[in-house]
Design a protein. Structure first.
Length: 79
């Protein structure tokens, strides 16, 4: 697979932990959603690709975020 930005084949896969926070004052007490996913980094231009696992994606897409952070380990694949 090659980088979508610079077309380089010099990419490496890493496991990444990202914390997504909801914006706005009404979400100050919300801890956010922890997403653990595989990420693909282009070692030439620095672009990053990752896929948010299904359960975490549902939390991010939902109208009302949960009260606790998700700690589910995802098995994300690249598209």
């Amino acid at each position: 697979m090659s980088c979508v930005l610079c077309k380089s084949a010099n990419e490496a896969e890493f496991r990444a932990e990202m914390m997504f926070h909801f914006s706005g004052l009404k979400h100050l007490s919300n801890p956010g959603v922890l997403v653990i996913a595989k990420s693909l980094v282009c070692l030439d231009c620095g672009s990053l690709r990752f896929t948010v696992p299904g359960e975490e994606l549902a939390l991010l897409a939902g109208a009302t975020p949960t009260n606790g952070a998700s700690t589910r380990m995802g098995n994300a694949d690249f598209v």
